[in-house]
Design a protein around this ligand. Structure first.
Ligand code: BGC
Length: 907
């Protein structure tokens, strides 16, 4: 008999630096490397790695790590390796490769090379800020004659900027380093540079200004070249947040542009083209462009070819030029915003006035691209809304002062209109003034959000549950736009920390948000008050709201979530000082360990249905205790055992104060709300012997509401996990399947395609909720997504695991579900779970990537009878935490596909 040949060695694939593929700008301190060990077969594991980093391509090819050679490191780490080589040169380009040793000691070849380029230091910038100032050209107010419209008066045309220059020899490489105070679109020789939109994104521009780096080698040519840019107000000087009167007052008065093009020639010389007084400017077709209000083009005013050689710019104006100040320019650590998808109209109807009403069938963030073919001067106006009123017209009351209106005045003949410096949250668009019948092939919705790759999937035998999963993901897509916003449509769109922290775990399962949240946490730190209070909102706007329980705590919860989901220790190190200041702030204000002071705006269990009866002190203290527990773990991870002990002691003092104040001897919790129990159980604040009793009271609290939930933002994410963690998965399923108000299913039954801000955003009985606060795209209540991954599919981090090196795979079958399947593409590879329940036999198929081990837990009516596909019996039998009196069969497995079956569980 021949022995089966051993599998080929594992190979390293998917190389990343700072969570990005070959980033062109990364701060030296953020250079952390990762890869995935790839290979078929079972029980595959990495036992060692070697990394080489070199500035010189030839060195890299030969495997010489002239900048860093890690040598062979005996380690399973593949998700987060810190660069420990020679200092990296600002602006330098580095290649890197890795090879790995597998479980048999076999070594792979060197990986395909990857690279990164290092952020410029202040000395690497020679450019000056340029702009046109805030020039008010006279233009037609959109509403025609009548009273002066203050919004129209505040909107000004978008500057066009250009500079011609000559390239005298063949180019070997060229980089464009570019940013704006405002928004920019860079152009080179008539072509758009890159495919990012709404760049450079949003930060507190007073604290840091992100810039982008583009490889423009292929866009240059010998002879005359032209670099150009369009500029708009964006978050910097446009309408932002919810105080329309303050337009332009947040960060600055008018947009400015900063760019430097660095061209390298084969002979080692270089040429720099930087923004300075030599640039020329004028206005063009874009009469105004504003994120909240919309964009207006007059195509007759466009100068064709303005951004290409051979154009006569004699009548263009001088630019206003200003030296750079001390504000740091940072290589954008987050993913760019891009057009992620196009959606064709589902239906177009015409109303009595002849306007076209388009239904795209999906509430989405973005804008339209539309073809117009009519006589010169044809004026088309497009309004956007999330919902229709009863008469079929656009319902825009909930947009508050945001106009979400685009307009174009066309020239003769066929042309395409598409805005670029605005953003609308909408499912419906109303097109007025369109010449003739609008052909569905001539209009498309462009979906615009940060480029966060999909990592999660879910499908089940219940169509409404699949719709819920889709709505949760759309809620995320609708709001992950440079920062995690609350909503994409009304005059708000702010980076609320409370919403983000309750949704963070779900967000990480759905999509790769490591770089996205990594960037936003810098905004959070920038917005921290000198007192140490974390803000309610980041980036900072004109508000100094801070310290609200459940909001400020996001400053600890989110870094911790990123560490656990992605194994990223860097994010903990970067935020340690900010987190420590927050903990000091809380302790200083609350010396008796109940969090009763410095509660800021204190939103408590925001938007809990009915009356929010959860005790404010209880909620605040629970979050503080949770912070302390997380800080103890964080301190261990970053190698500060002394601090960890201090936080454990703090946690125990807060815990005792909590129990004394809020937990009675029989396990009842003060105020008795679902949120109070869910937080208490989830955050481990109920003494062990009382936990089951408390979970029983939680079930009573749900039953007394007719099996409906009463949680708001603060409680919603932990409600189902708290139930499943304490033997009540069947109640969790019952809540999930509830279709009466308030419930997730109610929204779905009303046709929701996203998650609503309020359970009763629209009801059959009362119609629309108050227009003052009624978004139909607000992800917070979608925090239930986490339960679908962690419990329905059962893809859960093992205790102490980071980046899914160790997994507990424990599906929780229940409700009316006959089957469920899904996956999570972790930093170590794809983890898949698929189960079905035919009433007699429960079958589970689990897939694990190399270098990951799992404890697979199969709940069963007869756990001893559960077998893996080879007939192997379980390694152990344990109590299944998801249901009282049920046991689970335990199998310890490594990579590969594993199948299990056994008698179904009975409760
Ligand atoms: C936002 C929320 C936010 C809240 C704070 C609202 O206006 O839309 O999502 O968390 O304010 O209470």
């Amino acid at each position: 008999m021949t022995q089966p040949s051993p599998p080929p060695p594992l190979t390293p694939v998917g190389l990343r630096c700072a969570h990005q593929v070959n980033p062109l700008g990364v701060a030296p301190g953020r250079v952390r490397l990762s890869w995935r060990p790839d290979g078929a077969g079972r029980g595959r594991a990495q036992r060692g790695y070697q990394i080489v980093v070199a500035a010189d391509q030839a060195d890299l090819v030969r495997g010489y790590g002239t900048s860093w050679d890690s040598g062979r490191v005996a380690s399973a780490e593949s998700a987060d390796v810190e660069y420990l080589g020679r200092p990296l040169a600002p602006g330098g380009r580095y290649g890197w490769r890795v090879r790995i040793w597998d479980e048999r000691g076999a070594v792979s070849g060197w990986s395909e090379p990857a690279w990164f380029e290092v952020e410029l230091d202040p000395g690497g910038w020679r450019a000056s800020w340029i702009g046109l100032g805030r020039v008010r050209e006279s233009f037609r107010p959109p509403d025609g004659p009548g009273p002066v419209d203050p919004v129209a008066r505040a909107l000004t045309p978008a500057p066009y900027l250009r500079r011609a220059f000559t390239v005298g020899q063949p180019v070997s490489a060229a980089r464009l380093y570019v940013t704006a105070l405002g928004l920019y679109e860079a152009r080179l020789n008539g072509r758009r540079v890159g495919d990012a939109v709404l760049a450079p994104g949003w930060t507190d521009y007073a604290r840091r200004i992100p810039y982008q780096t583009y490889d423009v080698t292929g866009l240059l040519r010998p002879g005359e070249n032209v670099i150009g840019a369009l500029l708009a107000d964006g978050w910097y000087s446009g309408f932002a947040g919810f105080d329309a009167k303050r337009a332009g007052a947040h960060y600055g008065a008018a947009p400015e542009f900063l760019a430097q093009l660095v061209i390298r020639f084969g002979d080692g010389t270089d040429q720099w083209v930087v923004t300075d007084h030599r640039w020329r400017a004028r206005f063009g077709a874009i009469r105004h462009a504003d994120l909240l209000m919309g964009e207006c083009h007059d195509l007759a005013l466009e100068s064709r070819g303005w951004d290409a050689p051979g154009f006569d710019a004699d009548d263009w104006h001088d630019v206003r030029c200003r030296d750079r100040d001390g504000r740091p320019l940072v290589a954008d650590p987050g993913p760019p915003i891009r057009v992620a998808q196009e959606i064709a109209p589902r239906r177009i109807v015409r109303d009595a006035a002849g306007r076209h009403i388009i239904d795209f069938g999906q509430n989405l963030p973005g804008w339209l691209r539309i073809k117009i073919d009519g006589p010169a001067g044809t004026c088309v106006r497009i309004r956007h809304a999330e919902a229709l009123a009863a008469d079929g017209s656009l319902y825009t009351d909930n947009l508050r002062t945001a106009r979400q209106t685009d307009e174009v005045t066309a020239t003769a003949g066929a042309q395409i209109f598409e805005p670029r410096f605005t953003l609308h949250g909408f499912r419906y668009a109303e097109v007025s003034g369109y010449p003739g019948e609008l052909d569905p092939a001539d209009v498309v919705a462009r979906v615009v959000h940060s480029d966060i790759p999909v990592t999660g999937s879910f499908a089940s035998s219940q169509p409404w549950l699949n719709q819920l999963f889709a709505n949760i993901d759309w809620g995320q897509r609708g709001n992950f736009i440079s920062v995690p916003t609350d909503c994409p449509q009304r005059d708000e769109r702010l980076g609320w920390l409370g919403d983000a922290q309750v949704f963070a775990r779900t967000a990480c399962y759905n999509r790769d948000v490591a770089a996205f949240f990594g960037k936003w946490l810098d905004d959070v730190a920038d917005a921290q008050l000198p007192s140490g209070a974390f803000p309610d909102i980041a980036p900072r706007l004109n508000l100094e709201w801070a310290g609200a329980p459940g909001w400020g705590d996001g400053g600890v919860i989110i870094p911790w979530t990123l560490y656990r989901m992605y194994g990223d220790r860097g994010v903990l190190r970067r935020h340690l000082a900010a987190m420590t200041a927050w903990m000091d702030f809380l302790e200083k204000g609350n010396p008796d360990y109940l969090r009763t002071r410095d509660l800021g705006n204190n939103y408590n269990d925001w938007l809990a249905p009915g009356e929010d009866r959860t005790s404010r002190e209880l909620l605040a203290t629970a979050y503080w205790a949770h912070d302390a527990a997380l800080m103890a773990e964080i301190a261990e991870v970053v190698g500060r055992p002394g601090d960890a002990a201090g936080y454990r002691a703090l946690r125990s003092k807060i815990g005792s104060a909590f129990t004394d104040a809020f937990v009675s001897a029989d396990g009842r919790i003060a105020s008795g709300t679902q949120t109070a129990y869910a937080l208490g159980l989830h955050m481990g604040l109920i003494p062990g012997e009382l936990r089951q009793a408390a979970a029983g009271y939680l079930v009573d609290a749900i039953a007394s509401e007719g099996w409906r939930l009463t949680t708001g933002f603060a409680g919603v994410g932990c409600l189902l996990p708290a139930l499943s963690g304490h033997g009540h998965t069947s109640v969790a399923y019952r809540l999930l399947a509830q279709d009466a108000l308030p419930s997730w299913r109610y929204m779905i039954d009303q046709g929701a395609t996203t998650i609503w801000e309020r359970w009763d955003g629209w009801t059959r009985a009362a119609g629309f909720q108050s227009p003052l606060m009624n978004s139909f795209n607000h992800y917070a209540l979608g925090a239930v997504g986490e339960w679908l991954y962690r419990f329905v599919l059962g893809i859960e981090l093992a205790p102490g695991a980071a980046g899914f090196d160790r997994v507990i795979l424990r599906p929780h079958p229940g409700g009316q579900l006959r089957w469920a399947r899904g996956s999570y593409r972790s930093v170590r590879g794809l983890i898949a779970s698929e189960w079905d329940n035919d009433g007699e036999t429960f079958r589970l198929r689990a897939g694990l990537p190399p270098n990951v081990t799992a404890s697979v837990r199969v709940p069963s009516g007869d756990a001893r009878a559960v077998r893996d596909a080879t007939g192997g019996p379980p390694a152990a039998i344990a109590d299944f935490p998801g249901a009282a009196g049920v046991q689970e069969a335990v199998f310890e497995v490594g990579s590969g596909v594993h199948e299990f079956s056994g008698p179904v569980m009975t409760e």
